[in-house]
Design a binder for this molecule. Structure first.
Ligand code: UD1
Ligand code: MG
Length: 454
């Protein structure tokens, strides 16, 4: 069944009190509209049509690189009017309508809805709510067949008692759309062209209205203000936490994990509290991640241990390696198996060979560090001359003494050693000792200065 998807995103979102268009507000690190588009894509539609209005240019810009047809609705005259703006570009058998501010809708739910849509069936996604105030109500006849949707503001007492609400998401036969759009009127309490009026029209035209009920109200919940945005965020986070636990991850507290991207985790992974995972993060089996760790776009290999307060971005941490507490691995860092990075060590575009160690207080940038090398505390690679960056290359089994400045470009050969406190500006050949510091003098009979008497 060919499919077009129309996403309504022209509304203002006044209650957000924001310069940012409502649909660009993020949930779990991705804009609400981005989530909806992500779910839409999974249905492989012929076209995705986004109706924009308020903040149209900002919205367009945010999805510049995506294959989306934007349709501008200059004035927001109602959901029916919004769909009518997109109508010309719809060529598929079925049109699915989504809302740009209902971000947690899953492709799975939409597939179930679409199964019920056909050329003579209109499929509605509904939701049972304890308090449906504000929602359009699903009106059924004596046989339980849907006959209409009545908006809350237009509903009478009996209609308001109905707890089955309209989520706004529906799938309809595209062939009927033009006819129905032409018949919409704004003769209602809000003076808007309601998309929901097509239900009664479809019934009159002999179509059957089939409903699918959303199992969780939060999945179809929209965000009108920041409070609702936060509720959606928490719901999303719990859903992700539950997914990870189901896949074999131990979470010390599922309420204190934040995932802002796509996380793949293996088995017997342990995540302590306040871990934030952003972008694409892969965590292999038996990894342990300590409290207050932030990891972005990185791979943590089997059995690695990340200790508390470590920040990792664009890095690969090898099998059985460990980092932290308080380590910072910046983009381009690769730790091979069993490498060790201790507290207050920063690496950038640096490769540490198997078993290499940098235990304390270092900056290692644009560096390649051989297997089993040991980097003394306080070692700094001087990789930048203010204009260009240069590499430091340390061989296998190198021992860099404490408090060294390695002025790149420079290399230290396999098995070589540098003395503590050295400023290494020239290459150190294999197995030799490089000493580059002033020789100590001891002055006999030296007296400390005494305070002058006034
Ligand atoms: C709509 C439904 C209601 C449903 C509720 C669920 C109608 C008439 N009513 O009501 O049955 O229970 O959603 O939340 O459809 N939009 C535009 N252009 C417009 C108007 C709206 O793009 O001219 C967009 C909004 O940005 C929003 C969505 O459509 O994303 C829904 O609009 P909103 O005003 O929130 O509709 P409701 O009155 O809540
Ligand atoms: Mg609404």
């Amino acid at each position: 069944m060919s499919l077009d998807i129309v996403i309504l995103a022209a509304g203002q979102g006044t209650r957000m009190r924001s310069a940012l268009p409502k649909v660009l507000h993020p949930v779990a690190g991705r804009s609400m509209l981005g989530h909806v588009i992500h779910s839409a894509r999974q249905l492989a539609p012929v076209g995705i049509h986004v109706v924009i209005g308020h903040g149209a240019e900002q919205v367009r810009e945010a999805f510049r690189d995506e294959d989306i047809r934007f349709v501008v609705q200059a004035e927001q005259l109602g959901t029916g009017h919004a769909v009518a703006q997109a109508q010309n570009g719809l060529a598929s058998a079925t049109t699915l309508v989504l809302y740009g501010d209902v971000p947690l809708i899953r492709a799975e739910t939409l597939r179930a809805l679409l199964e019920k849509a056909s050329e003579n069936q209109l499929a509605l996604l509904t939701v049972e709510l304890p308090d449906p105030t504000g929602y359009g109500r699903i009106i059924r006849d004596g046989q339980g067949k849907v006959t209409a949707i009545v908006e809350h503001k237009d509903a009478n007492e009996a209609q308001r008692a109905v707890r089955e609400g309209n989520t706004g998401i529906l799938a309809l036969p595209t062939a009927q759309l033009a006819g129905w759009m032409a018949r919409l009127s704004n003769n209602n309490v809000q003076g808007e062209y309601y998309l929901t009026d097509v239900i009664a029209m479809a019934v009159a035209d002999g179509l059957e209205i089939v409903t699918h009920s959303a199992s969780q109200a939060m999945e179809v919940q929209g965000a009108n203000d920041r409070r609702q945005l936060a509720q959606l965020e928490r719901f999303y986070q719990l859903r992700e936490a539950e997914r990870l636990m189901a896949e074999g991850v131990t979470l010390r507290d599922p309420a204190r994990l934040d995932i802002r991207g796509d996380v793949i985790a293996g088995r017997d992974v342990i995540l302590d509290i306040n871990v934030v995972l952003e972008g694409r993060v892969v965590i292999e089996d038996n990894v342990q991640i300590g409290a207050n760790v932030v990891i972005r776009d990185s791979v943590i290999k089997r059995g690695a241990i990340i200790k508390p307060f470590t920040h990792i971005e664009g890095a690969v941490v090898g099998e059985g390696a460990d980092a932290g507490p308080f380590a910072r691995l910046r983009p381009g860092t690769v730790l091979d198996e069993k490498a060790h990075v201790g507290n207050f060590v920063e690496l950038k575009n640096a490769h540490m060979g198997p078993g290499a160690k940098a235990g304390h207080l270092s900056y290692l940038g644009d560096a390649s560090i051989g297997a089993r090398a040991n980097i003394g505390a306080g070692t700094i690679t001087c990789n930048y001359d203010g204009a260009n960056k240069f590499r430091t290359v340390l061989g296998e089994d190198v021992f860099i003494g404490s408090n060294n400045a390695l002025v790149a470009p420079v290399s230290v050969g396999n098995g070589a050693t540098t003395a503590a406190g050295s400023t290494i500006t020239a290459d150190v050949p294999e197995s030799q000792l490089g000493v580059a510091r002033a020789r100590q003098r001891n002055i006999e009979g030296w007296k400390r200065p005494e305070k002058k008497k006034p």
